[in-house]
Ligand binder design. Structure first.
Ligand code: BEZ
Length: 345
C-alpha cells in the first residue's frame, strides 16, 4: 500500500515537473505565427497566451478562463488564442507567480488570499461579513480603492488586470453541526494560510491548518482536520461532500482571485491587442459574476442531494470576531481602512 502510494506520488511529481518545464521552456510564451491581416485591415502576429490557475476544470474560474479564450479568439479574428493550465498543473500559486514574473506564462488567476501574504493590502478583501451580497463585492472590484489595492501587487514585474470572484466562503464540518464560535473552539479547520483569514478563525477559537487545496480531501478523510473554510463551488468540484456531513452557509467572506500578467509583456502588446485582452477579460469577469450568482441555490441543492446538511449560522454570533478584525486591520494601512469604511454593510 505504502509502495503504491509512493509510486502514485512520484507519478504526480514527474507529470507536474514535465508540465512546468514545458511551460517554462519557451520563456517568451506568446507563440508567434505568420503575420495576418484582419477584416479591419490591421496586421498583427498570431499569439497564443498561457494562463494557469489552481482549480479543477469544472470550477467557475476554469470556465471563466475558457470564456476568456473564446472572447480573445472572436475579438482578434482568430489571431489570439489561449492555452489553459488548470488544477495547479504548473505548481503552487508561489510557482505560478514566479513564472508570471519571469514571463514563462502570460496570465494567472492568483487568489487574493495568497497575495495577502506578499501584498498586505489585499487583506482588506477578507473583512468578515463585509458585503451584503456578491453584487456589492463585484462593485468593490471596480471601485477606486479596489483598484488601488490591485495596483499594490505590482513592483516585481507583475501587473494586475482585474478581479475574478468566486462564491463566498462557507464552513464545512466533518461530523459536528457547529452553530457558533463556542461550538468551533478547539476544532482543527483547514484555513488558507492568509493572515486575515487565519486571524478570523483564531479569534473564533479554531486551530487553523494552512493546507493547500489538493491536500484537503485526504486530510479530512483521515481525520487530520475536522473541517474547513471553503466555497460551495469547490466543495462540489472537489467532492468534499463524500467526507464531510455539515455545511454552514455563512457567506462570511468573499473570495477574489487576481488576474495577474507580466508587466513588460503586456506593455509590449500593441494598443489594439491590449484593448482586446482587457475587453475579453471583462467579458469573462461579467460572465462569471452572472453565472455564479445564478448558481447559488443549485449548489445548495446539489450538496443536500449528496447527503450534506446545509444550514445557516447567524452573523450576530461573530460580532466579537468582526470587531477584532476591523480594529486590527484598519490600523494596518490607510487603504485597508478606506476599503472597510467604504464597503462594510
Ligand atoms: C481554496 O483554496 O480554498 C480555494 C481555492 C480556489 C478556489 C476555491 C477554493
Amino acid at each position: 500500500m505504502f509502495l503504491r502510494k509512493k509510486i502514485f506520488s512520484l507519478g504526480i511529481f514527474i507529470t507536474a515537473t514535465m508540465l512546468m518545464l514545458a511551460a517554462c521552456g519557451n520563456n517568451n510564451s506568446q507563440t508567434s505565427g505568420t503575420a495576418t491581416t484582419d477584416s479591419k485591415g490591421s496586421s498583427e502576429e498570431a499569439k497564443t497566451f498561457k494562463l494557469a490557475h489552481i482549480t479543477p476544470t469544472d470550477h467557475l474560474w476554469h470556465r471563466a478562463a475558457e470564456k476568456f479564450g473564446e472572447e480573445l479568439k472572436t475579438r482578434s479574428d482568430g489571431k489570439m488564442s489561449l492555452e489553459i493550465y488548470p488544477s495547479s498543473q504548473l505548481g503552487t500559486e508561489a510557482d505560478m507567480v514566479q513564472q508570471i514574473e519571469s514571463g514563462s506564462i502570460d496570465f494567472g488567476f492568483i487568489t487574493a488570499a495568497y497575495l495577502s501574504s506578499r501584498a498586505p493590502d489585499f487583506a482588506a478583501w477578507f473583512m468578515p461579513y463585509g458585503f451584503k451580497s456578491l453584487e456589492d463585492a463585484y462593485a468593490a472590484g471596480d471601485s477606486d480603492v479596489g483598484k488601488k489595492i490591485l495596483a499594490s501587487a505590482e513592483g516585481t514585474g507583475l501587473k494586475g488586470l482585474g478581479y475574478l470572484l468566486g462564491g463566498q466562503r462557507v464552513m464545512i464540518f466533518k461530523d459536528k453541526e457547529a452553530m457558533s464560535p463556542d461550538d468551533m473552539k478547539g476544532l482543527k479547520l483547514r484555513v488558507t494560510p492568509s493572515p486575515p483569514m487565519q486571524d478570523f478563525y483564531k479569534s473564533a477559537g479554531v486551530s487553523p491548518e494552512g493546507l493547500p487545496l489538493p491536500d484537503v480531501y485526504a486530510a479530512l478523510q483521515t481525520g487530520v482536520i475536522d473541517g474547513m473554510d471553503m466555497d460551495l463551488d469547490a466543495t462540489i468540484t472537489n467532492k468534499f461532500y463524500e467526507v464531510a456531513k455539515y455545511v454552514a452557509v455563512t457567506n462570511h467572506m468573499v473570495w477574489p482571485s487576481v488576474i495577474l500578467t507580466n508587466d513588460k509583456k503586456f506593455n509590449s502588446l500593441s494598443a489594439e491587442e491590449q484593448t482586446i485582452v482587457n475587453d475579453s477579460l471583462q467579458a469573462a469577469i461579467d460572465w462569471a459574476s452572472t453565472t455564479r450568482t445564478a448558481e447559488e441555490e443549485q449548489f445548495r441543492a446539489e450538496l443536500e442531494k449528496n447527503g450534506m446538511k446545509v444550514y445557516e449560522i447567524s452573523p450576530d454570533k461573530f460580532e466579537k470576531q468582526i470587531n477584532e478584525f476591523d480594529n486590527k486591520y484598519k490600523e494596518q494601512s490607510p487603504l485597508i481602512k478606506e476599503f472597510i469604511e467604504t464597503f462594510r454593510k
